[in-house]
Ligand binder design. Sequence first.
Ligand SMILES: *[C@@H]1O[C@H](CO)[C@@H](O)[C@H](O)[C@H]1NC(C)=O
Ligand SMILES: *[C@@H]1O[C@H](CO)[C@@H](O)[C@H](O)[C@H]1NC(C)=O
Ligand SMILES: *[C@@H]1O[C@H](CO)[C@@H](O)[C@H](O)[C@H]1NC(C)=O
Ligand SMILES: *[C@@H]1O[C@H](CO)[C@@H](O)[C@H](O)[C@H]1NC(C)=O
Ligand SMILES: *[C@@H]1O[C@H](CO)[C@@H](O)[C@H](O)[C@H]1NC(C)=O
Ligand SMILES: *[C@@H]1O[C@H](CO)[C@@H](O)[C@H](O)[C@H]1NC(C)=O
Ligand SMILES: *[C@@H]1O[C@H](CO)[C@@H](O)[C@H](O)[C@H]1NC(C)=O
Length: 919
Amino acid sequence: MTGPLPIGSAKVVLLAVHFATQADLDSLSSLTAQHATVLRQDLVLRILLSHLPETIKPDLYVPFVQALVTDEPETQPQPQPNRTLDTTAVDALTNDQASKKVKKLRLVQLSSHDEVPEEETDSLTSFLLLRGYRMDEEAGMLSQLPGLLTPFLQHSPTIQTWLVSTVLPLLRRNHEYYPQKLARYSLLEFRNLPDRLAVEYLLAETGTSEDGYSLLGRDFRGLIGPWLYNNSRWMQESVNDSSGEPSAEATLSCPGWEQALEWLVLQASRSWEVALGTIEQWDGPEDIDLIDNVNMWFQEPQQRYLDRSYAQAALASAYQIPNATVDALEGAYKICIKITSLMDQDCDATLQAAASALSPVPPFDDCSFSGAKTATYMRNDLLSASNTLTVPNRGTTSLLIALVLSAFLLTRTGVAYTVRRAGDLAFLQDAREQKSELTKLIRAVSGHPSRKDDAYWVRARKEILWLHNWGAPSDPKVAGSVRGVFGKVSSEYIEMEILKALLSCSRYVLAQSLYEDAEEGILSATDIQSTVQSSALAAFDNASNPNRSRGGLKKCNEIIKAFPKTVGKDLPVAKRIEALLKATHALSDYRLVLKQGEPFSPVVLRVHSDPISIIERVLEQNAKAYTRLQEFLELGNNMVNAGLPTSNQPGKGLSLETGQDADRSTTERRIVAMCIEAALREDDFETAYSYVVNRMGTSSTMTGEGYDDEWSWKAAMDAGKSARSETSQKPTHLGTASGNPEIRHLEQRIECLATALRIAPPNQLQEILKTFRRCEEQLDFAIKEEAAKEDAWDAAGDLRNLPGAFDGPDPDKAYPPRNITASAAARQADESPMSLFDLSRATARVASKNLNALSSLQGIAQGTTQDPAQPQSAEEDDQDNHRVRKRDQLREAATGTLVSGVSWLIGANVNRTANDGQQ
Ligand SMILES: *[C@@H]1O[C@H](CO)[C@@H](O)[C@H](O)[C@H]1NC(C)=O
Ligand SMILES: *[C@@H]1O[C@H](CO)[C@@H](O)[C@H](O)[C@H]1NC(C)=O
Ligand SMILES: *[C@@H]1O[C@H](CO)[C@@H](O)[C@H](O)[C@H]1NC(C)=O
Ligand SMILES: *[C@@H]1O[C@H](CO)[C@@H](O)[C@H](O)[C@H]1NC(C)=O
Ligand SMILES: *[C@@H]1O[C@H](CO)[C@@H](O)[C@H](O)[C@H]1NC(C)=O
Ligand SMILES: *[C@@H]1O[C@H](CO)[C@@H](O)[C@H](O)[C@H]1NC(C)=O
Ligand SMILES: *[C@@H]1O[C@H](CO)[C@@H](O)[C@H](O)[C@H]1NC(C)=O
């Protein structure tokens, strides 16, 4: 057994330094054991700190340090007395030299370093801290620090706090979680970062790549959570109460934690998957990953603060998600689920389930959620304790869930919505905005692929109604409080919009069962009627084909018949639309192009300022269409019945009934005129003529307001002016008229002109009369010529009666067969042509005859009466007198107009007389 080395204490110190430098811990250990009085604990720690290379793994010297600092003798390292220590390093030195060297050693001090907190005077703690920082700085051995520190956790709370709140987060961040990232802070740099920057650094790589999305929770659990276990990172602002005493409820805060929450909310607005992933993967501030055998707890107020602020940040995140997609909203809902479960509330397991259940949202306690202020809470001060939307409680979570579900229902249907937008709609309570959004939603439902499925509609309606009031009728007690994103729109309006959509998608049976058969009478009959009307017209306006058995018109037809109990056939609305359909359908038979190359579409009929003029286009574009006068008259009649603007004098204080009747006859006259003009255009004088004689003059064109018919007289006059041509249509029958086509044509023209005279306004009479007289002269001439020819024929003795005379008169034949012989006609034509004086005499006669009907004017008329009882039948049965009768008829026809145009009779005399005098 050898005793302690017989050397001086200076040499012992130098030898210890030597062993430390060599990392020869066995020798150091023996030396320490042998010279415990020289090599005291602090000195050895300083020697280790100063000279043991930082690269040495802590396992190699931790047992020595443990032994060194342990007071109990039995754990003292066994001195190894028989060990022969190699003292050659100091052998050559004298004791004086050794003492001088020791003085120059400059061993590191254990206190008053930046690295060591002021209050930590314990030398082991200082040693560990200093050693730790050095290992990181000099050797990059951060990852070895737990090996150095864990054996001493029991020794000092400072070490534990340091390991957990500083070393561990940085170690994980730099070496375990994101080892590939090169820009790193050292331990010392990290420690010196202000709290917010430290947290920002910890989260800098979190969620930056999609591969990392599954590791978001890990980062909060492993980085942020541990970092919080350092009371220096917490602040306690004592809030003075009124007495000036610090109140018991001090306001805690932790800026670094707030930074983390702000990060979370920011992620929600940038990439919601990161926010969602974090919230889903992390079970909140109680879910923290420390290291084995370390248990740490927050103080009760700290835990409360963490839980509450975390929930608030999660709620705020849900409001921040900017993506209006089903996925994003499902994400927002998952956030709600997570938070409610952390808060021990429950809600439906999935958004889909919530959307199926559509449970009523429990009413909110007060009006704190209404108004523009609430809308700003979705944007500002999200994490502030005064934010009534995000402060977690039962009301705010159920409100958020309602908004998420609302946005989801809208988005799923096709109207993209974020939570915040749904919030704006609900909070701002702008009825116009809500209506316009409702319209979009219903349009989306109508355009949905399942729109032909009644079940889909039932579902969609339920959802829309839920969006109206969140499943519960509003409580009048809390008027103005938030209720549904369509809360400001009346339920009648909503139901009417739904009904319209149902009709536009041809869900007639469903519409009927919902709105007509339902017991509760969701909509009044008037509401249904007006909705049906607008829907029918919408379908009509959307139609492209005027055929009522196709497309839009078919739909229009179906719609007005969809509610037989509420919208019966006799309802004026139904009648009008039926007339409209008939009118439109009538046009479907014709080629009809209104503008350049654009085929007629039904809506044109409704918006046209003068729909009757469309008939004119039909007549122009369809040869021979004018022959279908009756159809056109019916069409016009239907236009009137449909309430289209057919009259040029709308209103005029007439009752609807009378107005329509007047309108109807005006329209009829106009159509007749159109057909006449069309016939003339197509050189079909015969048809024009027959329309003039059969269709005109049956009723007066005078109304209380004056002439409302600028067409009839003109058509009649045009017919009267129409000269015969080679291509003229041949008459199809002769009737009792003259067999000579020339004569017959002139006679017919005179008839037309006579009709024109009767119905024309006074200022046109001159013109017509001129034509009339010219025509009359031509007729006289023709008759005389005919008579001459006939006499010549008679003289030739070749008078025959040809069979089949009436079937096919040939105008080119010199002597066509006829019923009335030209000679008979000529005999009667001995009289001079009817002059204007005759005409006016006859006029006066006829006028007086009919004036009885116009008693108020009788006095005036009587003044001009010569023979009121002029017999008309005296020579009636005499066939030879046919022509006379004819002329009388013409006169009567011509003067008939005077009966109706009494004003002319009275007022125009001056002008007429003057003109007559000249001629
Ligand atoms: C002395 O050292 C030798 C080898 O170095 C060892 O074998 C022996 O057991 C030691 N004796 C004591 C008493 O420790
Ligand atoms: C606790 O946090 C403060 C502030 O960040 C820091 O200066 C101190 O070093 C930390 N304490 C420990 C033991 O890590
Ligand atoms: C609270 O009261 C203390 C002493 O009464 C005072 O020093 C401190 O400034 C007050 N703090 C606040 C926030 O009013
Ligand atoms: C969500 O919206 C943001 C901003 O509008 C966009 O940058 C991001 O790519 C969107 N995320 C997804 C998953 O669509
Ligand atoms: C309008 O017509 C188009 C095609 O003609 C049709 O697809 C559409 O559904 C119609 N819209 C309505 C509201 O009837
Ligand atoms: C033509 O005259 C014959 C006898 O003269 C008469 O029987 C016949 O009815 C007349 N035709 C017409 C169409 O009036
Ligand atoms: C007579 O004729 C003139 C001009 O042609 C016209 O201005 C005037 O109104 C007419 N008188 C009557 C009573 O029609």
